[in-house]
Ligand binder design. Structure first.
Ligand code: NDP
Length: 328
């Protein structure tokens, strides 16, 4: 293990970046004994603001932070990186079609995939947060020639945490007692938060909650629409929770995660559970603590689950079709 972990963050002067960087510098991903170097990427006009972020990071005098690099060049940001957190992504403009947004962001992720292949460390892991994160991840993965596709994942951890919190509150238990929630499909409002294998304080979630109508209706909708509810309340999208989730996701890769409380990661589908092969889609995963994940196999999926997940898989298929020209 190298003495210093190099973490590249794109869109680093954005609002998720602002919450995320101190978490990384405090050891939230690699632990309290591992030093980190931050390599921050922004678009050129935002470099002055990024300089301000750098000043603030220096002013925190984080014991674990060894250096902060600010750049508008992906090949500089990703150089020798152990972990790339791809947060930067263009928001949908007023009246802009989804396809146009996918194509515009796709161009960014082609370039970043190529730059990762060219300059990142030999054992790099890539986590995509910028939306539409599943399809952006697919584009980056397909354009990062020579980097094993399993090194790429997209974030659905915030949805998993949101689902845990909702289940806990309904069952009047603490959220730390909720285990084994899966988010199937896309990180969008078609996602399917699956409680069927979840437990709350050791009791099957359906039994602890004892309200199937709530689980099948308001629970799903609340988790699916949580991002919108936060925008309505705050006037801005979620940032603090998204940053925490990005750290939790990355930390899951670098610590051991077992079947006792799996991580929901969006990773390359091999066709398991009926997820179309080749998509980046949500799955229950265990991890080995060295950056590698494995799908949890053998879970039963009832008709309700299959039907809900299929809606989200179909959306991912549509997205892939829209960007097929960008898939390297
Ligand atoms: P945020 O920091 O708020 O969000 C960044 C991205 O994360 C968005 O795509 C956002 O999606 C996404 N995201 C994923 N999950 C969540 C979640 N649960 N809640 C909220 N957001 C989520 O955006 P800002 O506009 O503040 O910052 C983006 C930065 O990226 C800007 O500074 C911009 O300059 C930069 N940028 C950098 C690029 C590059 O490095 N090449 C390219 C483009 C932009 P959503 O939009 O759906 O909320």
């Amino acid at each position: 293990m190298s003495m210093v972990k190099r973490v590249a963050v794109t869109g680093a002067a954005g609002q998720i970046g602002y919450s995320l960087l101190p978490l990384i510098a405090n050891g939230s991903i690699f632990g309290p004994g591992v030093k980190v170097a931050l390599q921050l990427l922004e678009v050129t006009p935002v470099l002055p603001a990024l300089e301000g972020v750098r000043m603030e990071l220096e002013d925190c005098a984080f014991p674990l932070l060894t250096s902060v690099t600010c750049t508008d060049k992906p090949e500089v940001a990703f150089r020798d990186a152990d972990l790339c957190l791809l947060v930067g992504s263009k928001p949908r403009g007023k009246g802009q079609e989804r396809k146009d947004l996918l194509m515009e962001n796709g161009q960014i992720f082609i370039g970043q995939g190529r730059a990762i292949a060219a300059t990142a460390g030999p054992d790099v892991r890539v986590v995509v947060v910028g939306n539409p994160c599943n399809t952006n991840c697919l584009i980056a993965m397909r354009n990062a020639k020579g980097v094993p596709p399993e090194r790429f994942s997209a974030m659905t951890r915030l949805d998993q945490s949101r689902a845990k919190a909702q289940l806990a509150q309904k069952a009047k238990k603490h959220w730390s007692t909720v285990k084994n929630v899966t988010i199937w499909g896309n990180h969008s409002n078609t996602q399917y938060p699956d409680w069927h294998h979840a437990t709350i304080d050791g009791v099957p979630a359906a039994k602890a909650v004892a309200d199937d109508a709530w689980l099948q209706g308001p629970f799903l909708k609340t988790v699916q629409e949580r991002g919108k509810a936060i925008i309505e309340a705050r006037g801005k999208s979620s940032a603090l929770s998204a940053a925490q989730a990005a750290c939790d996701h990355a930390k899951s890769l670098f610590t051991v995660t077992t079947k006792d409380d799996w991580a929901s990661l969006c990773v390359l589908s091999d066709g398991s559970y009926g997820t179309p092969e080749g998509l980046i889609s949500g799955f229950p995963c265990t991890t080995d603590g060295k950056g590698n994940w494995h799908l949890v196999q053998g879970l039963a999926m009832n008709e309700f689950s299959k039907q809900k997940a299929t809606i989200s898989w179909n959306e991912l298929l549509e997205e892939r079709e829209m960007v097929k020209a960008l898939l390297g």
